[in-house]
Design a protein around this ligand. Structure first.
Ligand code: ADP
Ligand code: MG
Ligand code: MG
Length: 524
């Protein structure tokens, strides 16, 4: 790593980099649809315009040990979440703990209960485990702590591969960009093939589905949201799934149009049949449903939207994810995994339900070495329930205390960014809702990574200053939902990484939510 990295830029260097990056982004689909505040619907009614995604000009320095730590535990995390998704009893308790205060989770569970009567199929997980670097003292070794584990619509794989490629291009061509080349050949930029890795997961599920049962050819269905701005991220994945040698038909369908264009085949098989609106005479048997929607209440405005989810869920298509896998990804599950059994114990209580180091054939659990289990546990940070248990009571007093709450974030059971309550806003927020609803939230210690500097290019303007980086490691997993204890896993892979960066004054880091930007790692 060169000294003074990333460098401070002169005005002309900044201008040159803006030119180069914006063209590279357009040429390689490192793009999103512009926000309506930038281009109005009247100006671009057909949606032909795109804009460069916010991106750092340089790969941010990121500790190699932390990067490796995340990669090493990913397969164990994949198995863990497959096993959780197979443990209906455990998830039923989670839903009970969250209680009636969360209508969204309650409704998801109702879908599951109906499907349970008819039986399950194979399940696909395209996961992303997110981390930040934690350093207890300036001299201590850095380590990663998990922010959250995503089991539905884990996005940015497509754009992340492109961002890594952009940063490599800039490192190789800096002779033409900077007065004093600084990084040529000195940066360690890891290969990042997440588009290919995630697409491989979908392709394997497509093959595993087997021959179509009806007379129609098989396809993959991407369930998407109307007006999605992050569409090119999805397109990169789609193009990769469609790429030879196994060419796979992929269609995009708006979540709101499921019932209009799909039906279940007659008979007991429940094959999902799709009639593309643009091809009225054609029908496809859906082998894989990949959801980039359905993760929040916004996609379920009425009972018919829930009925559509039930319709998909009970079908024979391999769901990515199933309702059970979606519930496995709630913050409540993450909290229960991380909370010790009792106050005197440092052992997380529930992990041993799923993973054991005992090499005993009768142990109907996933087997891992003590080292791997310890490596998983090291990624946990302090998370507390806000229920009426002794631990919950203690967390409630922290959350309501104007001093102590400063080190915490309060999270509901939601996905997609913009839902959390931070620091001093926590006490007044809690007081504004009935106490009976508090157990639908978890209280999590804030991770405060060491400061990093970088320059962000956002909507044509450069922002230079302190940034906070969040590493995501992708994983793919395919398992038989009819099995238990992590049995029946046929695919388990680590599938590349994402680095998302935000200004150090911002609480949230979602790129789509408009606060964060794409980045890649320069390993140090
Ligand atoms: P979502 O599922 O909506 O993405 P997250 O749990 O990832 O929810 O929280 C959103 C963002 O909030 C994260 O990307 C991160 O920037 C910030 N955040 C969440 N938890 C923590 C934490 N414990 N410490 C520091 N920042 C956090
Ligand atoms: Mg999430
Ligand atoms: Mg997140």
């Amino acid at each position: 790593m060169p000294a003074h990295y990333p460098p401070d830029l002169t005005t002309s260097e900044g201008e040159r980099l803006v030119e180069v990056v914006k063209d590279w982004a357009a040429a390689h689909g490192l793009s999103v649809r512009p926000p309506s505040t930038v281009v109005s619907a009247e100006t671009d009614p057909v949606g032909i315009l795109s804009t460069a995604v916010p991106v750092t000009l340089f790969p941010s320095p990121f500790p190699q040990v932390c990067f490796d730590q995340g990669k090493v535990v990913q397969k164990a995390y994949n198995e863990l979440y497959a096993a959780i998704s197979q443990d209906e009893e455990f998830l039923a308790q989670i839903v009970k703990d969250i209680g009636d205060s969360d209508d969204f989770i309650t409704e998801l569970w109702k879908v599951h209960l109906k499907v349970k009567e008819e039986g399950y199929h194979m399940s696909l997980g395209l996961f992303r485990s997110d981390y930040m670097v934690h350093q207890s003292t300036p001299d201590a070794d850095p380590q990663i702590k998990q922010v959250e584990f995503n089991t539905i619509a884990s996005s940015f794989g497509g754009l992340s591969s492109q961002t890594s490629a952009l940063h490599k291009y800039l490192a190789v061509n800096e002779y033409a960009l900077l007065e004093q080349p600084i990084s040529q050949g000195q940066l360690t930029l890891p290969t990042n093939l997440c588009t290919r890795g995630l697409a491989a997961g979908i392709k394997q599920a497509f093959i595993t589905y087997g021959h179509p049962v009806t007379e129609h050819p098989k396809c993959v269905l991407f369930l998407v949201q109307d007006g999605e701005r992050n569409v090119f991220d999805q397109r990169h994945l789609e193009y990769e799934v469609q790429s030879p040698p196994t060419t796979i038909p992929v269609f995009r369908l708006a979540y709101s149009e499921i019932k209009q264009h799909t039906q279940l085949a007659e008979g007991d098989g429940r094959q999902l049949l799709y009639n593309p609106p643009q091809l009225p005479k054609r029908t496809f048997e859906v082998a894989v449903v990949y959801m980039r929607s359905g993760y929040g209440p916004g996609d379920y405005p009425d009972a018919s939207a829930w009925d559509a989810r039930y319709h998909i869920e009970r079908s024979a298509a391999i769901k990515c994810p199933s309702v059970l896998t979606q519930v496995a990804g709630t913050k409540k599950v993450q909290q229960v995994l991380a909370t010790p059994a009792d106050e005197s114990s440092t052992e997380p209580s529930v992990l041993s339900r799923f993973i054991s180091s005992k090499d005993d054939r009768n142990t109907r659990r996933i087997h891992h070495t003590e080292d791997t289990i310890a490596a998983l546990q090291r990624t946990f940070t302090n998370i507390y329930p806000l229920d009426s248990s002794p631990t919950g009571q203690k967390a409630r007093s922290i959350a309501l205390d104007g001093e102590q709450c400063q080190s915490y974030v309060l999270k509901p059971q939601r996905e997609g960014g913009g839902n959390n309550i931070y620091r001093l806003a926590i006490p007044s927020f809690l007081k504004s809702i009935p106490e009976a609803h508090w157990d639908a939230y978890i209280l999590m210690e804030l991770i405060t990574p060491p400061p990093v500097h970088n320059t962000i290019l956002r909507l044509g303007k450069l922002e230079q200053g302190g940034v906070i980086c969040e590493l995501g490691i992708y994983g793919t997993c395919l398992w038989d939902q009819r099995e238990k204890h992590g049995h029946g896993i046929t695919v388990n892979e680590q599938a590349g990484y994402l680095l998302r960066t935000k200004g150090d004054k911002s609480e949230e880091g979602g790129v789509a939510a408009g606060f964060g930007c794409m980045d890649s790692c320069a390993l140090v």
